[in-house]
Design a protein around this ligand. Sequence first.
Ligand code: ASP
Length: 336
Amino acid sequence: MPGRTASHPARNPRAAKGYNPLVVTPMTRFPVLLVHGGAWDIPADLLDAHEQGVFNSLQAGWNILEKGGSSLDAVQAAVTVLEDHPAFDAGRGSFLTRDGRVQLDALIMDGATLRAGGVACVERLRNPIQAARLVLDESPHVYFVGEGAEEFAQTHGVPLIDNAELVLDRERRRLAEAQARETSGAPDRTFSGHSEHEPPGGHDTVGAVAIDLHGGLAAATSTGGTLNKDPGRVGDSSLIGCGCYADNASAAVSLTGWGEPIMKLVLGKWATDRVLGGSSPEQVAPDAIAYLFRRLGGHGGIILLAPDGRYGLAHNTPRMAWGVHTTDGPRTGTKL
Ligand code: ASP
């Protein structure tokens, strides 16, 4: 029951026509794009590659936004660049499962309509975010997994590839090292801030959130999951409200980090609900990461964007690859 809301019908013609003003409430006329390329102890020799990757991703998304394109197209384009970049744990170059395969998860969500599309455990798609977008656009369903997701994508024109095309030697070595550490009981050294229960490896997932010239929010997250994961494991990244969420009434969010705690806290929705409740994204972003650690000892990072263009970023890992593009231009970094 809309009744009296933040947006009075007299000031909001769409509300007068029967739209729920909490669903479509454009509040900005300038685009903003935020991206991340994972939060962990990014090794020194990979810092430049991460920063270059997030910069390229910003360029791709901004090209769409500045021409008046949709935030949905922008986050898809930004994440596609990061999936194609081998430095990140998304698309080619992802971490490997315990048995040496790449299994990918992705979600994309449109804040204006709450339409969402997700895929998980796909092995034969170069760009899972593209398949997720097809689910959003072409299916009455929200989520497809495994072979069903691959067949859905193929039916809609996406070529299937051999899983080996996604596997890098670098990742074969990383997996072998992780499994050797596991066998010897030695501590994981790829992420110095990890808790006792945290799985080995970094958090190199990618994501983007954007607001377009029409005031529409969108979010997208894509991942290869955690290093040495059991085949079939799905993390937070592609689960709606966990690693990704967008609603024009509240905010758009993408998370990275140890997926199991993020899922248990439904942390993406936790954060967007706080923005809806009146808190600033600048404050909610660090609060969300503090909550993740306080409740479950989790580590990770967040990008969060409100309908008025304000945003927040935070991480409790040694580093996080991040990028922000406003009308003032692009900014990138590997630590906040
Ligand atoms: N959140 C991802 C997962 O648990 C990993 C990451 O962020 O890198 O699958």
